[in-house]
Design a binder for this molecule. Sequence first.
Ligand code: PLP
Length: 413
Amino acid sequence: MISESVAAFPIEKIGKDFPILQQEVYGKPLVYFDNAASTQKPQVVIDAISDYYQQINSNVHRGVHHLSQKATDAFEASRETIRKHINARESHEVLFTKGTTDSINLVANSLSQGMIKAGDEIIVSHLEHHSNIVPWQMLCERTGAKLRVIPINERGELIQEDFEKLLNAKTKLVAVNHISNALGVINPIKEMIAKAHASDAWVLIDGAQSIPHMKVDVQDLDADFYAFSGHKIFGPTGIGVLYGKEALLEQMPPYQGGGEMIAEVTFEKTTYATLPHKFEAGTPHIEGGIVLGTAIDYVNSIGLEAIAAYEQELLHYGTELLKDRFPDLRILGDTEHKTSVISFLLGDIHPYDIGVILDKLGVAVRTGHHCTQPIMQHFGISGTIRASFAFYNTKAEIDQMAEALEKAHNMLA
Ligand code: PLP
């Protein structure tokens, strides 16, 4: 039975908000199911980009002139929108970065300058995107710290007993994702953060996949760091956020030097600016920062609860349809707690071959390792076909994918 909120979801209106989705590819209506890689932009976001360049383009935090002040006000207003959205205590706990990858590298680079040392341990999980593995490996190489890995079970869930065993007095930091991009599995991060804190470890949450799908409250989670990307929440590319607890950010040395991040520069000694500017060297992605606020306002105008309920309905519908229709379909990450991602294999057909045929039939899915090679190694496969849904997708589009899969299956099996 479909809940009232799903039945009332304004999908017709939402569909019209995204001009890129109105097109046909190869003569077929475009079905865009690659939302875990990047999301499409509503007209309000596209308009806000052009409004910025037509009306207020100027550098921020520098000029006394009218345009610079308008740009600065809009940039800082967006920081406040983001603060409210993730319920950070202070807006200076919200740092603008290039995206999730940049946010994680910022933390890893800063902590490696004396706050994490040889003999310390960093825990990541087997479920991470390469962005939440490689910066920590690089930190370990630089500092002599050791990387430990939380294993996963056959459903792609983190094995919590093993996580507890890994925590010890040497653990300095735990870095895990909120939701796996490859499988859609939602991790019990609130409990994991509490366990890590009981061992006096800091926790960084990679929120790249959670932020477009669920309400995130960094204070309730008690996360020390929370990273996400603008382009995954219907905003521009090249902009992202690192939330960090004030006390921790105060303690951390800056990651990059340059303009904006200083209080005073002499050849003898430089002092650094206060938060957030200490971590925002150089001219930022001004238009991206401003428009990320517009994207978040747009999402909130629909409501994340309604979005989550609608996407769960799509997930349920798609999962049942594909399982019924294809007896040789194998879903990776087939668990109760997951977001709107179906990552699967069809018999022993190579995912790439399926992806190419689906594309010709108008359906955009992702195939391959999804920047999570260790997960693929765990399952002994080279990759999967991943259909990831956003709130502008429909059941009719899932039907179109199933039809296209049927054709691909008949051709390749
Ligand atoms: N972490 C996860 C879980 C992701 O899904 C992604 C992107 O797919 C990233 C990190 C990296 O995000 P970005 O490329 O925007 O920095």
